[in-house]
Design a protein around this ligand. Structure first.
Ligand code: PEP
Ligand code: MG
Length: 884
């Protein structure tokens, strides 16, 4: 076993494929070194060491590690012609984490390691730039103090101690910017920083460079288990057992003077996907300055003017790496005295829009096949392309502007700390997290917020990178913004105007333009662009599952059809009565005392239903329309307030008291398990009879216009076969009556949404032309968890790892999935080839769609905006079985 792998000097002991062992950063550094690209020499301590430490406890390293590190360090010394801790030619190194899965900004980094009072003097001499040497030193002491020695702010309102101390130094030396600090000021800073360390840790700052190195290595391994890494891993489904690698690499300096720079670049624009070198740099700076957003970086195009040779080299290397990895790359680089050095490359994180465009463009450029393009699509990320934007026709005047860091539009009430964002979101509020800037400690708040607005930062600062990864609207570097988190207030200043903001005020963010609006601005739905259209034609070639939509209104149906829905898989007829004038008729029907009363109410309902069905049939011309007969959980439809009761009473010509008494009589303890679904029609058959007649009439009427109608009638919440046998007979008769002799074929099927129905599916299938799994109710009844109340404690279950995810969002494949498999088997045992679909919310969730593919479903049905997501998920599921 070898615990350390070396790279640099034109060779490497590893390749890009070794990510599990070397981490993403280490593996790609090795690959770049092997490709002969300019990479400072270094070595990677493997993830196996991290796993060893996890098992044996902090500081308990494998016995051979020390020797291997010595040896690897000697090789760097030889290549860099410098010696670690040497008083003449000191070698400085960076120590960085690098996990197998990308965890941007989650782990800790230390730069300039190897500096002490002796080596700093040598660095000053060698560089001929004492200010530079002391600048490195003060950065090192602060970084090491924070990351390794834990000298950090005690709560999130406080400024970090080293930042505060640096502000004191600036004030004392009358410097406004970091660059204005003189050598003397920087020497002062080092002294002050070391005093801070002594005060906080009761031990002097370590001068011994080897002690520094082992301290840093230990801190990286420790950081694998810090809370922010933990949150990130849980959010992204990364296993805690993987461990991180540690990369130790010779330092190159972007802060030696104006012929030096440091920056990050993408080989394509990560927001739009446009094929252009995109990124930011700072001259005379170190890497952390770009990410930390302390100075506002310049766009990469300007590097061409300042350091043309280095810019050309960066463009060449970027292109080479993109071609090599056949994907858009995210690069970190440093330019030392005009010479380019590569510090990192990885597949770049991108917005949903860029994800689609880059995939389609790479196919057009002949770099990848359509299959590969589809495999690379993260279906959930399409959400971003499909998200609403601000209505251009009713666009208000912005109150401020920042950088458009992550697209989409978000409306929310503002809060100023991550904890507040979390608290408010838990209360059901849509919140915007407004900060001076964000740090990894804010992740939980960013996760809870619908949008993020920061005063500082850049396109690659923490907030931008993280928000883009989350697919959340984000604006950074909103310079007019002043935040006072402690006082829970903020201000927009500038242009001679001021606008005060308090916690709870509403703002709208436009992540596409970077504009901020007061109050809530009108939004318009997203539109499918040309590239998405191209991608979708490939997607449709690969998938086997059909994708339908859940739609109750013609508008939803039209949207879904535009998104590629191949029919309606669920029309919830009770949802057609949510408008005030209609709900009254439903209430009258529910509250009627006898059949005559119910028929009177149904007579009002019938023409409304007929009209609705006609419109749906027209929109879905040529495609199947599955209509689910009435399933009103009574608590959703009974009148509650005195005014509602009064209204029903007036309409029925009854006393309010009488109606109130009837409501009390009908009120159930467990309405979700109550008199709903087909149970209602077993007791009051006329309800389904009238609905079926209305469907028949609508179908006949629309067919006469030349529209092709394919009605499929679905009976909900069946628990025993006898329910379906009776209702099928009733519905078929009424439907034929409605059709009045028109030759329109129809089918009658059932929803499978109770465990019992799964178990006796073979006998239910005797009366069903198709099954549609209602996984909302099936999850509720399988778990014995109220779908209306589980939100109160389920998040805790997920947070504490008792459940991997919310089973109402992501199908529980073991439990609910097991019952579904039983149901499919039973149904097809009786009727081979029985059509099977899903219409619960899971029908648009990628992992659940994949399950449906594997379980042999014919179709999934989901809400209109999730149709493209389901199409991609279905294609990926099919491609997962395709080795080519
Ligand atoms: C279901 O239960 O999964 C379903 C689709 O029906 P509803 O959500 O209307 O109960
Ligand atoms: Mg249901």
């Amino acid at each position: 076993m070898k615990w350390v792998r070396q790279f640099g000097g034109g060779s490497a002991e590893g390749r890009a494929k070794d990510k599990a062992l070397l981490g993403g950063k280490g593996a790609n550094l090795a690959e770049m070194a092997a490709l002969g690209l300019p990479v400072p020499p270094g070595f990677t301590i493997t993830t196996e060491v991290c796993r060893h430490v996890i098992e044996h406890g902090a500081g308990n390293y494998p016995a051979e590690l020390d020797g291997e590190v010595q040896q690897a360090l000697a090789r760097i010394e030889q290549l860099a012609q410098a010696k670690f801790g040497d008083a003449e030619h000191p070698l400085l190194v960076s120590v960085r984490s690098g996990a197998p899965a990308s965890m941007p900004g989650m782990m800790d980094t230390i730069l300039n390691l190897g500096l002490n009072d002796t080596t700093v003097a040598a660095l000053a001499r060698l560089s001929g730039n004492p200010r530079f040497a002391w600048d490195c030193y003060r950065r090192f002491v602060a970084m090491y103090g924070e990351v390794v020695l834990g000298v950090v702010a005690q709560n999130e309102h406080d400024e970090p101690p080293f930042d505060r101390a640096l502000e004191d130094i600036k004030a004392k030396h009358r410097a406004t910017r970091d660059q204005d600090l003189t050598e003397a000021a920087l020497r002062d800073a080092v002294t002050l920083f070391k005093q801070l360390v002594l005060a906080h840790t009761r031990a002097p700052f370590p001068d011994d460079v080897r002690a520094q190195l082992w301290g840093a290595i230990g801190a990286v391994f420790r950081s694998w288990n810090n809370p922010r890494a933990d949150v990130y891993r849980r959010m992204n489904g990364i296993s805690a057992a993987m461990g991180t690698a540690v990369n130790v690499q010779a330092m190159v300096f972007g802060n030696l003077g104006d012929d030096c720079a440091t920056g990050v670049a993408f080989t394509r624009n990560p927001s739009t996907g446009d094929a252009e070198l995109y990124g930011e740099f700072l001259t005379n700076a170190q890497g952390e300055d770009v990410v930390a957003g302390i100075r506002t970086p310049e766009p990469i195009a300007q590097l061409a003017g300042k350091l043309p040779a280095a810019h050309a080299e960066l463009a060449r290397v970027g292109k080479l790496l993109e071609d090599h990895f056949r994907d858009m790359q995210d690069l970190e680089f440093t330019i030392q005295r005009g010479q380019l050095y590569m510090l990192q490359t990885r597949n770049g994180k991108r917005t949903g829009k860029a994800m689609v465009k880059v995939a389609v463009d790479l196919v057009a450029e002949g770099k990848i096949t359509p299959k590969e393009a589809v495999r690379r699509i993260d279906p959930q990320k399409l959400d971003e392309v499909l998200h609403p934007t601000i209505d251009p026709k009713a666009r208000p005047q912005p109150v401020a502007k920042g950088l458009p860091a992550s697209p989409g539009a978000a409306i929310g009430r503002i809060v100023f700390t991550a904890s507040a964002a979390e608290e408010w979101a838990q209360k059901g509020e849509s919140v915007l997290l407004v900060r001076t800037d964000t740090s990894p400690e804010d992740i939980h708040g960013m996760k809870a917020a619908v949008g993020i607005l920061t005063a500082r930062g850049g396109m690659t600062s923490h907030a931008s990178v993280v928000a883009r990864g989350m697919g959340k609207c984000c604006i950074t570097a909103c310079t007019p913004l002043r935040v006072d988190a402690a006082k829970k207030q903020a201000m927009f200043v500038g242009g001679g105007k001021e606008m005060k903001l308090r916690e709870g005020d509403t703002l709208t963010l436009d992540g596409n333009t970077g504009e901020v609006f007061a109050g809530s601005a009108p939004l318009v739905p997203a539109r499918i662009g040309e590239e998405l259209g191209t991608l979708m034609t490939w997607v449709d070639q690969f998938r086997r599952l059909r994708v339908r939509t859940n739609a109750d209104t013609p508008i939803d149906a039209r949207t879904a059809r535009a998104f590629g829905a191949e029919g309606i898989g669920l029309c919830r007829t009770e949802h057609m009565f949510f408008q005030p004038e209609r709900i009254l008729a439903v209430r009258e029907m529910i509250l009627a005392n006898d059949e005559a009363g119910r028929r009177a109410a149904l007579a009002k309902i019938r023409p409304m239903q007929r009209g609705d069905f006609e419109e749906l049939f027209r929109v879905m011309d040529g495609l199947p329309v599955t209509i689910r007969l009435l399933d009103p959980p009574l608590h959703e439809f009974l009148p509650h307030t005195a005014a509602e009761i009064e209204e029903v009473a007036n309409d029925l010509g009854k006393a309010a008291q009488q109606v109130a008494a009837k409501v009390a009589e009908l009120t159930e303890q467990n309405p979700m398990l109550g008199h709903r679904g087909c149970r209602l029609a077993i007791t009051f058959p006329e309800i389904y009879e009238i609905q079926a007649q209305a469907i028949g009439e609508a179908a006949a009427h629309v067919a006469a216009e030349g529209i092709q109608v394919h009605p499929e009638i679905m009976i909900p919440l069946v628990m025993v076969p006898e329910e379906l046998r009776r209702l099928r007979e009733l519905v078929a008769r009424a439907l034929r009556e409605g059709l009045g002799g028109a030759a329109i074929p129809f089918t009658i099927g059932t929803m499978i949404e109770l465990p019992r129905a799964c178990v006796v599916a073979d006998r239910i299938a005797e009366h069903a032309d198709f099954f549609s799994f209602g996984t909302n109710d099936l999850t509720q009844t399988t778990f014995g968890l109220s779908r209306d109340d589980a939100g109160r404690f389920l998040p805790t279950y997920v947070e504490r790892g008792v459940l991997p995810s919310d089973p109402f969002a992501v199908l529980d494949q073991d439990g609910v999935g097991g019952l579904i498999a039983l149901g499919v088997r039973g149904g097809r045992h009786t009727k081979p080839g029985l059509k099977v679909g899903i219409c619960g919310e899971h029908g648009g969730e990628p992992s659940s769609v994949e399950f449906c593919h594997r379980a042999g479903f014919d179709y999934v049905s989901c809400s209109p905006f999730r149709v493209p997501i389901a199409r991609v998920a279905a294609a990926k599921a099919a491609l997962a079985e395709d080795p080519a």
